[in-house]
Design a binder for this molecule. Structure first.
Ligand SMILES: C[S@@+](CC[C@H](N)C(=O)[O-])C[C@H]1O[C@@H](n2cnc3c(N)ncnc32)[C@H](O)[C@@H]1O
Length: 249
């Protein structure tokens, strides 16, 4: 399984190939969900795919609405969420389990000026997939950033399908947190490892069962420095007409 303790990641921000170097604080040996914190291959892939996607329509999100712009699930070091904040010039809320949050906040602090240069920002808070409807508790109390009260326009997830409980948990988070609108998108990435394929199949079936439809898919490989030849799959999802037609909220 490919992970990196690297302290800087270059991410492509636009079609002209401009790169920004995101700094990642040394996580030491922080652990959650039996994993030592590091940046996973899916995060490198997804962070570098974002600029090629149609930019999400983020109009109407924010302070005066109950819809947040961008939410990342299982953010880890936060590479994907921070990249989304810069590339889409918006606020991204990076969520994970409690033990991971101090490091995410350190990474946000390290990159605050860089994100601001691109018109973006990030905040972080606790969101346990087992309790998807709970308010997201800000890691920095009284942070000026707006916290997602109910739903998000875009939800991101990199390398979050590695056990048999994850498909059901993740589908539950999407049902609870993804805005019910034509503009909403769920974007995910995972490695196509033999041991994960059943979980991935299960996740796709559950997402489709919940009324989500995959509208864009791709496969990529990591650069040589990762020393891995497993393909990574990413996909963009939106709500199907059955869900939106029912006007569920
Ligand atoms: C394999 S890591 C991927 C991290 C990051 N997205 C990346 O690609 O570098 C999975 C992440 O999911 C988080 N996670 C696992 N179970 C979770 C749960 N029940 N609720 C929230 N986050 C969870 C872990 O703490 C970890 O940060």
């Amino acid at each position: 399984m490919s992970t990196h303790k690297r302290l800087s990641f270059d991410v492509t921000v636009n079609a002209a190939g401009e790169r920004m170097a995101l700094q990642i604080a040394d996580a030491g040996n922080i652990k959650a969900d039996n994993l030592t914190l590091s940046t996973w291959g899916s995060a490198e892939i997804l962070a570098n795919v974002l600029h090629r996607l149609d930019p999400p329509d983020l109009s109407g999100c924010g302070t005066l609405s109950s819809t947040h712009h961008v939410l990342e699930l299982g953010a880890g070091t936060g590479l994907v969420g921070m990249s989304a904040g810069a590339i889409w010039k918006t606020n991204a809320c990076l969520t994970d389990l409690d033990p991971i949050l101090p490091n995410i906040q350190a990474n946000i602090n390290l990159n605050k000026a860089l994100l601001a240069k691109y018109g973006g920002s990030a905040c972080c808070g606790l969101l346990d997939w087992a309790r998807p409807r709970e308010s997201i508790v800000p890691f920095v109390p009284y942070d000026n950033e707006v916290f997602p009260s109910v739903r998000a326009r875009v939800i991101l997830a990199a390398d979050t399908v590695y056990s048999e409980e994850h498909p059901e948990l993740l589908t539950g988070v999407l049902v609870a947190r993804l805005e019910r609108s034509q503009k909403a998108r769920f974007i995910m990435c995972y490695p196509l490892r033999i041991g994960y394929l059943d979980h991935i199949r299960d996740l796709w079936e559950r997402l489709e069962g919940a009324g989500l439809v995959s509208v864009q898919e791709g496969r990529e490989e990591l650069g040589k420095e990762w020393d891995e030849d497993v393909p990574y799959e990413w996909s963009v999802w939106k709500w199907g007409s059955e869900v939106l037609g029912r006007g569920a909220g």
